[in-house]
Design a protein around this ligand. Structure first.
Ligand code: ADP
Ligand code: ZN
Ligand code: ZN
Length: 762
């Protein structure tokens, strides 16, 4: 017998190995089971792979004397059971990605390294007889570390947790040597059945219908994809919770996918307050040990509720009963490198694999999901009202061409334009005076997006990218003197530079920061609403973007300040659009969110509208009514008017109709080939050569090669080629014949070529 092994190498094939001679002599030597790990020699390397089949010698294309035996089998039991191998094979086929590499994406790194799965997690506890008196007065640091452990009580805590809290490994050792603390291994106990920690709410009719349908699919062991299409604040979470209850009570696991990690602490709290259950969080910030621990908890069934970001959809589950994809339209569900999967699509596949319901919840369904509803592949449930008294926010346009913008004077007497219309400022003041909070959305961090020479028109550009450098500026007070504490930064490659004192082209000193980022907006608002010279009451301005939330606890701190509920102005990028609850925000302002309607990318209107509606949904979520003001320079833009007047759904339906007329996704199926290299000529040539070897009879539209939207990035050139097909199967058929020869093209040799199936942007 031979084993067929998938190895983590970028080759589209599996490898045959024989078994060591001992296996025929001694029955005690393991015969590697399908789905278990083996260590093998591969060229000069030693690799760990997964056995995916047992075959006979006759079935191998390798002559018997060329076959190498495996070095050793690492698992007595399969670590990937049948359905996980099937998933891996499906991913490899659908995304045209090598199976070994797919497995490398699926498996936690400790598993890939061949570590044993049964993690023995070290816990530390204080020995019973030890008291504070056992410490010398001058052993301050020891005592301080001891006190940290003491906070955890008699059972102590796991080493991970202690190290995370700031304990130092060598002190643990010292305290152990002194006979003050001991380590022990806590045996895993089976999870007890899930119970309700809090009573469910009474559902309204719309919610009840959705819950009934999901539970019915679960009870019938029937795969059904649901689109839970509910406006923000309509109580989608309550639908999730009550559907989950039935599934958890049946002893099954529930997987909940959320867009980003910033959301998980809150999300966890919402589920933990309803269910007494073993909840596991999975996200990219976990260290390797935590990841393996989470992986094992899911695989063994120890985890009952699993809340995770995108990659959680690739975990193994002992007994999954329901998958929920919250904010299913969110762009973060699409993986943008290596295996470019979409977590919502994988969730639907897994649902059909296990014959369980999958719920895609969102207030702004993607056109792809609406199309699946039209095709009868998703069952739609709508939630059109907010429970209780909460009213959906009203939307209103402010014509920035007709309104004067507010001027402000600095200490040295220069006047400058705040970019905010008087109408907007009036509404902000009114809201603050009523004791409420205001959220201003500006999807651009930094101080200003452009540094411009007023004399000759020179702009500061990134030497490595096709992009302007953003002016970053830290001080809240020294406007205009930004040269002192400002710098230029590229948001695409992180290149940084000092601000030049004179224009490098013409020598003029007249350099000016143009446009507005969150820092500048915050500063302008500060001058109006938090300056004792202009404002009787000083309102806090809270800036929320990648720059202000970089530190680990900063988001928590900001969140706490907001939740105190005092009047304040929040200035945020798209970070604030995702599912957060700001119950005291009653006014949301979008000073220039409509730019996206003019972009060249055909998906831009869809994504812009989703973002606008999501941000707008932050208004009036408590019992207070909300208002949304959109300040625009193009108030006649038809798309914008449609969105404001008729709402997202009818806007999206119109876009879908347009896509149909133009034969664009989701009314066709796309594959995007990206090519990256050191010169534009070589990258373009490789794609031309690729087109030349397309199978003759293909029925695809071939668009390109064309420069990528940002053709130069980090000193590398990007060119792309788009294939569009009416029929998905035909597209995949062509790709399966064509893609591997493309990778083998001589002109592709020193270039990076990638294939993106169902790309979300190009
Ligand atoms: P969504 O996720 O759709 O934006 P949420 O699930 O956050 O909305 O619900 C918004 C608010 O409505 C929450 O405070 C929630 O507790 C409340 N809510 C949801 N369903 C009900 C209900 N059936 N009765 C009363 N309040 C509800
Ligand atoms: Zn100049
Ligand atoms: Zn750059």
């Amino acid at each position: 017998m031979l084993v067929q092994v998938a190895l983590p190498v970028p080759l589209y094939r599996v490898f045959d190995y024989s078994l060591p001679a001992e296996t025929s002599v001694s029955p005690h030597v393991l015969i590697p089971q399908i789905g278990s790990r083996v260590e093998v020699s591969f060229g000069r390397q030693t690799l760990i792979g997964i056995v995916i089949a047992h075959i006979s010698e006759a079935d191998s294309s390798v002559p018997l004397n060329k076959l190498k035996p495996i070095n050793q089998c690492l698992d007595a039991e399969p670590i990937l059971e049948g359905s996980m191998l099937k998933l891996a094979l499906w991913l490899a086929r659908y995304y045209h990605y090598p199976l070994g590499d797919v497995l490398a994406v699926i498996l936690p790194s400790l598993v890939r390294q061949g570590k044993p799965l049964d993690l023995l997690i070290t816990h530390w506890r204080i020995l019973p007889h030890v008291t504070d008196d056992d410490f010398h007065a001058n052993a301050k640091k020891q005592k301080q570390q001891f006190d940290m452990l003491k906070l955890h009580g008699e059972h102590g805590a796991s080493e991970d947790v202690l190290l995370l809290e700031g304990m130092e490994r060598n002190f643990l050792k010292t305290l152990e040597d002194k006979g003050l603390i001991e380590r022990y291994i806590q045996p895993k106990q089976a999870s007890s059945p899930v119970t309700l920690a809090k009573m469910p709410l009474d559902l309204n009719d719309e919610q009840q219908l959705a819950v009934n349908a999901i539970v019915a699919a679960h009870d019938a062991t029937r795969y059904t994809g649901f689109l839970l299409n509910g406006i923000t604040g309509s109580g989608k979470t309550e639908v999730y919770l009550q559907a989950m209850q039935a599934v958890l009570e049946a002893g099954k696991q529930v997987l909940i996918l959320v867009p980003e990690i910033g959301l998980t602490p809150q999300t966890r709290a919402r589920f933990a307050s309803r269910f007494a259950a073993h909840i596991v969080l999975l996200h990219s910030g976990m260290n390797n040990t935590h990841r393996l621990q989470g992986w094992q908890d899911c695989r063994t069934g120890h985890a009952q509720i699993i809340i995770g970001t995108r990659s959680a959809v690739l975990y193994p589950f002992a007994d999954l009963g329901l998958i929920i994809v919250d904010e299913a339209h969110d762009g973060s569900y699409k993986q943008q490198d290596t295996l470019r999967y979409h977590a919502a699509d994988v969730a639907l596949y897994r649902g059909s694999q296990y014959r369980i319901p999958v719920v895609l919840g969102t207030a702004t369904p993607s056109l792809e999901h609406l199309k699946l509803v039209d095709d009868g592949k998703l069952v739609e449930y709508q939630l059109l009202t907010r429970p209780g008294n909460a009213k959906p926010a009203s939307m209103q346009l402010i014509d920035a061409r007709l309104q004067s913008t507010h001027q402000q004077t600095t200490n040295d007497g220069t006047r400058y334009d705040t970019g905010l219309t008087d109408a907007l400022i009036g509404a902000i003041r009114q809201t603050l005076e009523a004791g409420d909070q205001v959220l201003i959305f500006l999807n651009r961090r930094g101080y200003a997006p452009v540094l411009l020479c007023e004399a000759c028109g020179w702009q500061a550009d990134c030497p490595r990218c096709d992009a302007h450098l953003t002016v970053h500026y830290n001080s809240q007070t020294q406007r205009r003197h930004y040269a002192n504490n400002a710098y230029l930064k590229c948001h695409h490659c992180d290149w940084q530079a000092y601000i030049p004192t004179v224009c490098p082209d013409c020598g003029s000193q007249n350099l000016d920061a143009k446009g507005m980022g969150t820092t500048r907006l915050s500063e302008n608002l500060h001058a109006i609403f938090a300056n004792p010279q202009t404002s009787k009451v000083l309102y806090p301005i809270i800036q929320i973007d990648r720059d202000t939330t970089r530190r680990k606890d900063s988001w928590e701190n900001i969140y706490q300040r907001i939740n105190e509920g005092k009047p304040a102005i929040l200035v945020g990028t798209q970070m604030v659009a995702k599912g957060h609850h700001f119950p005291n925000v009653t006014l949301v302002c979008l000073p220039n969110a409509d730019r996206g309607f003019l972009s060249a990318d055909f998906r831009s209107p869809e994504h812009t509208a989703q973002l606008m509606i999501q941000v707008a949904g932050r208004a009036g979520r408590g019992d207070k009514a909300g208002r949304v003001l959109i300040q625009t320079l193009q108030p006649d833009n038809e798309l914008l008017l449609k969105l404001v007047k008729d709402g997202y759904l009818s806007f999206a339906r119109e876009l879908l109709q347009e896509r149909k007329m133009m034969g664009l996704p989701p009314h066709s199926h796309a594959a995007l080939i990206r090519c990256e290299g050191k010169t534009l000529a070589a990258t373009t040539q490789a794609l031309k050569d690729a087109i030349a070897i397309l199978p003759n009879a293909h029925k695809l539209a071939v668009l390109g090669p064309i420069d990528a939207p940002m053709s130069k990035k980090n000193s590398r050139y990007h060119v792309q080629l788009l294939l569009l097909g009416k029929d998905r199967r035909h597209l995949h058929h062509v790709l399966s014949q064509w893609w591997q020869p493309v990778l083998a093209l001589p002109s592709a040799k020193y270039l990076k070529l990638t294939l993106d199936i169902d790309p979300v942007g190009w």
